[in-house]
Design a protein around this ligand. Sequence first.
Ligand code: NAP
Length: 258
Amino acid sequence: MNITIIGGGNLGTSIAAGLLESKYTSAKNITITRRNLQPLESLKKRGINVQCDNNTAVKKADIIILSVKPFQIKDVLEQTHFSKNQILVSTVTGIWLKDLKQWAGKDLRIFRVMPNTAIAVRKSITCIAHQNEDSDSVKVVSGLFDHLGSSVVIDEKLMDAATVVGACGIAFAMRYIRACIQGGIQIGFSAEQASQIVSQTVDGAASLLLKNHSHPEQEIDKVTTPRGCTISGLNEMEHHGFSSSVIKGVTASFDKIA
Ligand SMILES: NC(=O)c1ccc[n+]([C@@H]2O[C@H](COP(=O)([O-])OP(=O)(O)OC[C@H]3O[C@@H](n4cnc5c(N)ncnc54)[C@H](OP(=O)(O)O)[C@@H]3O)[C@@H](O)[C@H]2O)c1
């Protein structure tokens, strides 16, 4: 597979890093573009092709991943010449398939995806949407993102919600982790130890849900002894609006996209 990433910013370089780690395709089959090539130097050293000319970059590509800002996508699509056998995959928030088809050409196979930056370490959940694309193309796109974590095909109408819960979700989770580290330091750990303990604990909590297919409250029940310290801590967090503030944050992000 030859893969070209147009837009080597935060997400584009994370996808490239994940592809390198996954060995889904070799470095020489990956091309990444941006206008200022300097920040792509480290990827170039790892064998990835870097380019500032999108038309040259897409020539040999089987899959083209678009990762520019929403206000840049129309120009990029209108100025790049794609061929019919190529699959276009847009990560761009808030730009609908009908617009992508209009700007890129109706005959192309086009997908919208919403990954998150954990794609760099092959731990992204990637939501995928399309309009009646053939099952082989769906398999190719799902297979690609399954190599970089896991993927789920959703209705395009849910893409904004996927952005909030999946992509913004990385930042939401980081804030919980940071707060827990701060608490850990106050009760005796060094910042380094607290960070290691909290990060691994969050990873473990998520793995329990993913592997056991259980509900969070079931896992909570296993660690809350009556009159114990866990329930005391949890209830104190709830008195200060923990769940409520997370729900309000999620819906505020969603309102902002809308
Ligand atoms: N960051 C996330 O967590 C995340 C998650 C899901 C989806 N997304 C979506 O992914 C897209 C990229 O987000 P980001 O955070 O990676 O933004 P970003 O860091 O600003 O990256 C955008 C990149 O596009 C490059 N670019 C602009 N015009 C270009 C052109 N004509 N040809 C080639 N490259 C061009 C820019 O570099 P130059 O200025 O040097 O060209 C820049 O490096 C956005 O649409 C966002 O909605 C982001």
